[in-house]
Design a protein around this ligand. Structure first.
Ligand code: NAD
Length: 326
């Protein structure tokens, strides 16, 4: 039997490449479609790659006709919240226009199962915790709003029987493949764990703690870090759910338990055996004290539960960053 081809748009990036590995482990053929603006050719190891932009409908048509995938996962996009305030038009172009162009090409090719990388940033300021899927969505930055707009389009495409989708709202993706073949590699890097590890490795002078006077157990912010392999596993389940006829659904992906910035630092110090130079600064505007996922729906709908804790995350990330000289 020939293996089923799954289109992985943005599959040369961090979460997309780990999902390609998970798909290949389950007997699927991951076909990467990526413009390599933020991804890496060396991350494409488990199937073919086609270079192209999600805004290029002609190229998309060509690739879909050639490979005939049965479903699509869409990771491609601009991801950095700070940059979304500097260049909102680029975020609308890539994240909204690009996603709609991709969706049109898929529907035209009669591919009607779609998994979308959304984000907890679509919720905005938490009104209650944990943040479950019934929480109102009021994004407070252009990045979150572009993702929310695509979610709304997906609802309409579902309403008109054009496309069924799983909208996965990730919390903080972290960690790396345990064998160190792929890992987190963003330029510029803005995520806390790789930044802190680079400090521990002596590649950056210090790690900044933004605010120590929050109403949390040690005064520093709490975030929900989810291992990238757990995310990848959820994507495989989401594709299979759709291929088995599942309905359009929104699902949070987080552990449901948070880690403070200070706990993160101490975990990295333990794994690395090195003290971490820190600089304590003022709170950053717009940073909520706590962001933690309600993740019961993921278990109910996909039978998914995270397997890895913060120690697995730090160990695998440390392993990846210490062997990587990029
Ligand atoms: P990444 O930058 O590593 O991967 C994105 C990939 O998309 C890259 O390979 C890049 O080359 C490709 N891409 C970008 N623009 C493209 C375009 N116009 N055409 C074709 N390909 C294009 O990012 P990531 O951390 O793997 O995130 C993947 C997705 O998950 C993103 O959509 C992001 O918004 C979402 N997300 C990530 C996190 C996180 O913690 N990393 C959290 C929530 C949501």
């Amino acid at each position: 039997m020939t293996e089923k081809t799954i289109l992985v748009v943005g599959g040369a990036g961090y979460i997309g490449s780990h999902t390609c590995l998970a798909l290949a482990n389950k007997g699927y053929l991951p076909l990467v479609y990526d413009n390599f603006s933020g991804g890496h050719e060396e991350f494409v190891k488990w199937g073919p790659a086609e270079q192209g932009d999600i805004r290029d409908r002609v190229r998309l048509r060509e690739v879909l006709a050639k490979h005939k995938p049965v479903a699509a996962l869409h990771f491609a996009g601009l991801i950095e919240v700070g940059q979304s305030f500097q260049e909102p038009e680029a975020f609308y172009d890539v994240n909204v226009v690009g996603s709609l162009t991709l969706l049109q090409a898929l529907m035209e090719a009669d591919i009607r199962s779609f998994v979308f990388s959304s984000t907890c940033a679509t919720y905005g300021r938490p009104e209650r915790l944990p943040l479950d899927e019934t929480h109102p969505q009021n994004p407070i930055n252009p990045y979150g709003r572009t993702k929310h707009i695509v979610e709304q389009a997906l609802r309409d495409f579902d309403l008109c029987n054009r496309m069924r989708s799983v909208m996965l709202r990730y919390f903080n993706a972290a960690g790396a493949d345990f064998e160190g073949r792929i890992g987190e590699w963003h330029t510029p890097e803005t995520h806390a764990i790789p930044l802190a590890i680079e400090v521990a490795l002596g590649r950056r002078p210090h790690f900044s703690i933004f605010g120590e006077d929050y109403d949390t157990r040690d005064g520093s912010c709490i975030r929900d870090y989810i291992h990238v392999n757990d995310l990848a596993d959820a994507h495989v389940r989401a594709v299979e759910y759709l291929l088995n006829g599942g309905e359009t659904v929104d699902i949070n992906l987080g552990t449901g338990t948070g880690t403070t910035v200070k706990e993160l630092i101490s975990a990295i110090e333990t794994v690395s055996g090195r003290p971490m130079p820190v600089v304590k600064t003022e709170r950053r505007a717009g940073d909520p004290p706590t962001l933690v996922a309600g993740n019961g729906k993921a278990e109910n709908v996909l039978g998914w539960k995270p397997k890895h804790d913060i120690n697995d995350i730090i160990r695998s990330a440390w392993n990846w960053h210490s062997r990587f000289n990029g």
